[in-house]
Design a protein around this ligand. Structure first.
Ligand code: SF4
Length: 152
């Protein structure tokens, strides 16, 4: 299962398949990470710096954190895509998918080159991964970037 947790400033990626339950997250920031709560991550419960330091202790790579660099990412279900929007409201990246009865096929992910290096593509793809999880649909990545993320 993949999840993306966001504030205005940061995005936190969660890949449950990788978690080894070492509990570094739970002991580092108990108010933020609570396996008994749904959703189990609540980024409003502590300061960004402490959350950042805690996530960097995760030994498995199940958790990852990045700064948003004033780019917001959202799901655009009507157009079968997720989009990344800069502070001027311009679309600077998107991840496109096709939805069928049992599958979501991710076939294209692209971010404007001048916005490279900020993992915006990862945020875009995670938005679609989440949608597939919500809809209980299998992810079929024909986009090579999405395929790499799914297998990592
Ligand atoms: S620190 Fe990482 S490996 Fe350990 S419980 Fe948290 S997410 Fe899982």
């Amino acid at each position: 299962m993949h999840r993306l947790y966001e504030t205005d400033d940061i995005s936190v990626f969660w890949n449950s398949d990788k978690c080894r339950h070492a509990r570094k997250c739970v002991t580092g920031c108990p108010e933020v990470f609570d396996f008994k709560r749904k959703p189990w991550i609540d980024l409003s419960q502590d300061e960004t710096q402490r959350i950042w330091q805690t996530i960097k202790q995760c030994p498995s790579g199940a958790l990852d954190i990045i700064y948003n660099h004033e780019v917001m990412v959202k799901l655009d279900k009507d157009n079968n895509r997720s989009t990344a929007v800069d502070k001027e409201g311009q679309i600077i990246g998107e991840c496109d998918y096709q939805e069928n009865a049992d599958t979501i096929t991710i076939y294209h992910t692209e971010v404007k080159p001048e916005y490279g290096g900020n993992e915006i593509a990862k945020r875009l793809v995670y938005k679609v991964f989440e949608e597939a999880d919500r809809e209980c649909k299998k992810i079929v990545p024909t986009c090579s970037y999405a395929a790499k993320l799914l297998s990592n």
